[in-house]
Design a protein around this ligand. Sequence first.
Ligand code: ZN
Ligand code: ZN
Length: 141
Amino acid sequence: MARRYAPRFSLPDDPKPRTHCPYHDPPVELERRELGLWCPAGEGYPLFILRQEACPVCRRNLEWDGGCFACHGAASGERADWCFPGQRYDRYDDDGQPIGDGQHWVKTYGAPNRPAINKEDFTTGMAAIQRVFAAKGWWKR
Ligand SMILES: [Zn+2]
Ligand SMILES: [Zn+2]
């Protein structure tokens, strides 16, 4: 299927695929790894690289956080079943500090199939929202 828009992080006027990571002086040659072109100097995937890993549910490309924008990792389509099917990569840590130079996706949390939502919290939260909406007369069944 033809893409109707340029993939994120690629440069529209860049006619040839990148072979070197520009975040070093001199630029470093990229190596082909499992998820795309990997930079040995940054010990990660440069930020403009599209992750080459298919979602196990819908086969679209996964995001770097391991999530899938298309199906949210849930074959059921139910929000309560959303998960991150892939391993997580980050450029910033939880305190907002860059990992390395912040220009490379670095693996931070290895476990695939992390639940996106705590099912118990989701059910309790949904019930609370429904109660409020029902009280205001916004909830129609
Ligand atoms: Zn690099
Ligand atoms: Zn998917």
